[in-house]
Design a protein around this ligand. Structure first.
Ligand code: LLP
Length: 428
C-alpha cells in the first residue's frame, strides 16, 4: 500500500528545503545528519522517490501500463522496497540484481532481465527463477533456445535511433553494442521457430538523460513497427531514459505531454495490432535522482593563478558522473545556502587532477557558490541515480554510508560506511 506522501503535487520540480539558511532534507538539517552519521554521506528523501513514481504513473493514461525501475540507477535495498511498495516492477542487468529483487519480494513476473553479453549461467539462473530474459543478440537468443526449448522470451531491438546526455550514454544506432538491429526480424523469427520459443515482448532503450520526447517517439515508432510483424506478443517495452534538469537553466521534460503522446501512439498501435498489449517503461534516473544528495565537508581552501579551489572529503570514487561525462550537478553551501557568491572549483580527495565536481563539457569550471569556509558542508545535488551505484574504493577509500529521511523527518541508516575490514575481506 502506498504510504502518505506529503510532497505529492502537480509539479515535477523539487522545492529547496532550508532552515536558518542551512540546507535541510524533509526538515532535517544537513549538519544534524553529519553529526549523527558522519561525512561524506549520501542522503535520500523517501517522499521524493514516492512523488516521482506517482507522478509518472499518473501521466500515462494508457490503462495497461507498467513501470519497471532500472535497478542499476541505485540498488540500495531500502530504495527498492519503497518502489516495490508503490507497485513498481524491476529492470535488472545482472544475475545479482535479479537475486536481490527476488530476495526483497519482487514477484518473478515483475522482473525483467535485460543484461548485455550474458553468460549461459546468468540465463540459467533466470530460467530457474522464472524471470523473463530480454535478449540483446541473435547469439544469445540461440543460446537461450538451446538452454530451454519453448522458453518465454523478450527481444531487445536496436531501433537505429539513439539519444542521451553524453556519447557514452547513447544506446541506439549503428555505433552502439546494444540490441538486435531492427531489420533482423527474419533471423529472430527463424531462431524462435527453431527452438519453439514464445516471443512475448519487444523492447528498445535508446539512451539516458533524454529531455525531449521527439527521439523517444521516433524510436517508439520503429519498435512498434517491429512488434506489428510478430504475433502473440504480450507487451512492448520502451526502456528508460527520462532525463531530469540537472542545471538551473534546464526545463524538465513535460511529463504530461510525454505521457499523453506515448499513450496515444501506443493506443493507435494496439488498434492496428488487434490486441491491447501492456506498455512498459524502465526509468531509473527519473525515480531516484532528485531524491539523493551527496554531503561532504570542505577541509581546504587554496588558490592558483587560475582558480580558487575548495577541497572536500569525498571524490569521484563516490560520484563519478562529473569526471566520467562532464556532468553538471548543482552544488550548494549546505551550511549557508544564501550568501555572497564566490567562484570556486570544488575538488575531492582522490589523487587525480580530474577529481573535480565542477565540470562542464570543456573540463574544470568555476562555479558561483555562497562563499565556502573550511569546515562548511557542501551538498552535491541530484546524486541519487548513478551515484552510489557507480562508486568504488579507489585510493583505498571506503564507500560512504547512506541515510534515508522519511516524509516525517525520521532518519535511518540504510547502508553502513565501509570499514577497512570490509575492504580487506576479499583479499587472500
Ligand atoms: N533500461 C535499460 C536497458 C538501460 O540500459 C537503462 C540505463 C535504463 C533502462 C534506465 O535508464 P534511465 O531511466 O536511468 O535513464 N551512468 C550513466 C547512466 C547509464 C544508464 C545505463 N542504462 C549516468 O550517470 O548518466
Amino acid at each position: 500500500m502506498p504510504l502518505p506522501c506529503p510532497l505529492l503535487s502537480d509539479s515535477v520540480s523539487i522545492e529547496m528545503d532550508t532552515q536558518d539558511n542551512q540546507l535541510c532534507f524533509s526538515g532535517v538539517k544537513a549538519q544534524e545528519l553529519v553529526e549523527k552519521y558522519g561525512s561524506p554521506l549520501y542522503v535520500y528523501e523517501e517522499s521524493i522517490i514516492r512523488k516521482q513514481y506517482r507522478e509518472l504513473v499518473d501521466q500515462f493514461l494508457y490503462p495497461k501500463f507498467r513501470v519497471h525501475y532500472a535497478v542499476k540507477a541505485n540498488y540500495n535495498p531500502t530504495i527498492l522496497k519503497i518502489l516495490l511498495e508503490e507497485g513498481c516492477g524491476a529492470d535488472t542487468v545482472s544475475d545479482q540484481e535479479v537475486r536481490l529483487c527476488l530476495d526483497l519480494g519482487f514477484p518473478p513476473e515483475s522482473i525483467i532481465f535485460t543484461g548485455d553479453n550474458n553468460t549461459d549461467e546468468e540465463m540459467r539462473y533466470c530460467l530457474e527463477k522464472d524471470v523473463l530474459i530480454n535478449v540483446g543478440s541473435l547469439s544469445q537468443l540461440e543460446r537461450l533456445g538451446k538452454l530451454k526449448e519453448g522458453a518465454r522470451v523478450s527481444v531487445r531491438i536496436n531501433p537505429d535511433v539513439g539519444a542521451g546526455h553524453h556519447s557514452h550514454c547513447i544506446t541506439g544506432g549503428p555505433k552502439t553494442k546494444f540490441g538486435i538491429y531492427h531489420d533482423k526480424i527474419e533471423q529472430i523469427q527463424a531462431i524462435v521457430k527453431q527452438y519453439n520459443l514464445k516471443l512475448v515482448g519487444i523492447h528498445s532503450h535508446i539512451g539516458t538523460g533524454i529531455m525531449d520526447s521527439e527521439k523517444f517517439i521516433e524510436a517508439m515508432d520503429v519498435t512498434t513497427g517491429v512488434a506489428k510483424k510478430i504475433e502473440g506478443l504480450e507487451f512492448v517495452d520502451f526502456g528508460g531514459g527520462i532525463g531530469i534538469p540537472y542545471r538551473e537553466s534546464q526545463s524538465p521534460l513535460n511529463l504530461k505531454d510525454f505521457g499523453a503522446k506515448v499513450s496515444e501512439h501506443f493506443t493507435k498501435f494496439c488498434a492496428e495490432y488487434g490486441n491491447d498489449l501492456e506498455l512498459k517503461i524502465e526509468p531509473g534516473r527519473f525515480l531516484v535522482c532528485q531524491a539523493g544528495t551527496l554531503i561532504a565537508q570542505v577541509n581546504t581552501l587554496k588558490e592558483t593563478p587560475a582558480h580558487q579551489f575548495a577541497g572536500c572529503n569525498t571524490g569521484f570514487n563516490h560520484l563519478m558522473r562529473p569526471m566520467a561525462y562532464g556532468s553538471y550537478h548543482k552544488i550548494l553551501n549546505a551550511s549557508r545556502v544564501e550568501g555572497e557568491k564566490k567562484a570556486i572549483v570544488l575538488c575531492g580527495n582522490i589523487c587525480e587532477s580530474g577529481d573535480v565536481f565542477t565540470q562542464g563539457s570543456d573540463g574544470i569550471e568555476d562555479r558561483e557558490v555562497s562563499a565556502l569556509e573550511e569546515g562548511d558542508l557542501v551538498a552535491i545535488l541530484d546524486a541519487g541515480a548513478y551515484g552510489m551505484s557507480m562508486s568504488m574504493q579507489y585510493n583505498m577509500r571506503s564507500r560512504p554510508p547512506e541515510v534515508l529521511v522519511s516524509p516525517e523527518g525520521q532518519t535511518k541508516l540504510i547502508r553502513k560506511k565501509e570499514s577497512y575490514e570490509d575492504i580487506m575481506s576479499n583479499f587472500c
